[in-house]
Design a protein around this ligand. Structure first.
Ligand code: HEC
Length: 188
């Protein structure tokens, strides 16, 4: 019981741990916050409304100079100002952390966390930015024609170009909260 209560206070650490679980299971053992507790940010009960992350028909990404957008996107990627919980995109994604093999595939594609929490079977890159704004960043989606969304999408696309899945990992999307995850019972 007290573990459950503590998990609320540990929301932030849990969020980071869960996202890093794929990259490193080093934390999984001794941490007092259980990232797989019912209140963790990737628990299936934490539903995300697919409508909020689906680009409305007829709307378009803001069009700007690609190099300007990439530069602005990099600054936003490193900024904590977009989230309500003190995280930046880079907090979880530093050195390609938290990405699964799906990230190497052309968009739109299936992403484990997205399917689990919103039921969407595929997602575009700008929609993925919106999903991470809403879910791990605990914030609001950006306007669909916002310069910031175009900038983050441009930078994420740049990051994707340099991303290589870990050798041995499959192209199948891996959900950090799937039974095979490092904090599932029976695994260290
Ligand atoms: C608390 C950690 C966390 C934060 C902060 C975070 N993300 Fe993520 N992100 C994840 C996790 C976990 C995944 C992997 C989901 C999966 O593969 O099931 C992911 C996946 C992604 C992917 C790749 C999905 C794919 O496989 O195609 C992109 C792109 C992405 N995030 C963008 C962002 C952006 C942009 C921000 C900031 C606005 C951000 N993320 C903030 C945890 C985070």
């Amino acid at each position: 019981m007290h573990r459950y209560l503590r998990s609320r206070g540990c929301f932030l650490i849990g969020a980071i741990l869960v996202s890093l679980a794929g990259a490193s299971s080093a934390f999984a053992g001794g941490n007092p916050c259980n990232p797989c507790a019912p209140k963790n940010p990737c628990a299936a009960s934490n539903r995300i409304d697919a409508k909020l992350v689906t680009r409305p028909a007829g709307s378009k990404l803001f069009a700007g100079k690609p190099e300007d957008l990439r530069r602005e996107g990099e600054m936003l990627w490193n900024s904590k100002s977009l989230s309500s919980n003190g995280l930046a995109c880079a907090t979880c994604h530093q050195s390609n952390a938290a990405f699964n093999a799906s990230f190497a595939k052309p968009y739109p594609h299936l992403v484990g966390m997205v399917k689990e929490r919103s039921g969407m079977k595929k997602i575009a890159l700008d929609e993925m930015v919106q999903f991470c704004m809403l879910a791990p960043m605990a914030s609001k989606p950006l306007a669909w024609d916002a310069r910031e969304l175009a900038a983050l999408t441009a930078y994420a696309s740049e990051v994707q170009k340099h991303f290589k899945p870990e050798p041995g990992s499959t192209a199948a999307p891996k959900n950090p909260c799937a039974p095979a995850n490092p904090c599932a019972a029976g695994k260290k």
